[in-house]
Design a protein around this ligand. Structure first.
Ligand SMILES: CC(C)(COP(=O)(O)OP(=O)(O)OC[C@H]1O[C@@H](n2cnc3c(N)ncnc32)[C@H](O)[C@@H]1OP(=O)(O)O)[C@@H](O)C(=O)NCCC(=O)NCCS
Length: 170
């Protein structure tokens, strides 16, 4: 039975291993470690099965420069499930729990850059529909957003800025 919960100090090495195995390179594992050290306002959840960490998801703060000022939300990245545990619904559980946590925190929106066939089933929409763009050049359908709570959509459009740590790997 998979349980999704907030990470704790004992999980850090396992989280690194999950990211290394899922992405087959150290970029995302390094990024997670950097963000954990530099940013206190993260949501980092693990999927645990029989005492083993088999999946991980991270949310970090993002800002949208709008006509009226700055709107703060969160960005989902990265997420990873151990290859041998993929396609069993663990990624879905991590996303659902993450969204629940974001709603509890009254986070107004969450963005994600990723597989355009994967994220819409959780309620993500193409961000350009809201006039929201990614600062990096990416395929339109790959940059998605979910509006979670009251947001003045009349002025909500602009460029999304992730934490600067992402620039180093973009
Ligand atoms: C993306 C990832 C986290 C999904 O985790 P998962 O546990 O396999 O996801 P789930 O089992 O909840 O998948 C749910 C559905 O999405 C589908 N799906 C999974 N990965 C997909 C992908 N890359 N593209 C499209 N659909 C995908 C599954 O087939 C499944 O479909 P179904 O519900 O119709 O059967 C996992 O595949 C992974 O770690 N990939 C490598 C790292 C990565 O690409 N991370 C995402 C970018 S940050």
């Amino acid at each position: 039975m998979v349980k999704v919960r907030t990470e704790n100090l004992k999980d850090i090495i396992s989280i690194r291993q999950v990211n290394l195995a899922a992405f087959e390179q150290p970029i995302e594992a390094d990024l997670v470690d950097k963000l954990r050290n530099s940013c206190k306002d993260i949501i980092s959840l693990v999927a645990e099965e029989d005492g083993h960490i088999v999946g991980h998801i991270l949310f970090t703060p993002v800002k949208v420069e709008t006509k009226k000022g700055i709107d703060q939300g969160m960005g989902l990245a990265p997420m990873a499930v151990l290859p041998e545990y993929q396609k069993k619904g663990i990624g879905s559980k991590l996303i659902e729990k993450g969204i629940e946590e974001l709603k509890n925190r009254k986070c107004p929106f969450v963005v994600v850059l990723g597989h355009s066939e994967y994220y819409p089933k959780f309620g993500f929409e193409v961000a350009s529909m809201y006039g929201v763009r990614c600062k990096w050049e990416v395929p339109d359908e790959a940059f998605m957003i979910m509006i979670l709570s009251d947001l003045d959509l009349s002025s909500f459009s602009g460029v999304v800025h992730f934490r600067s740590e992402f620039d180093e790997v973009a």
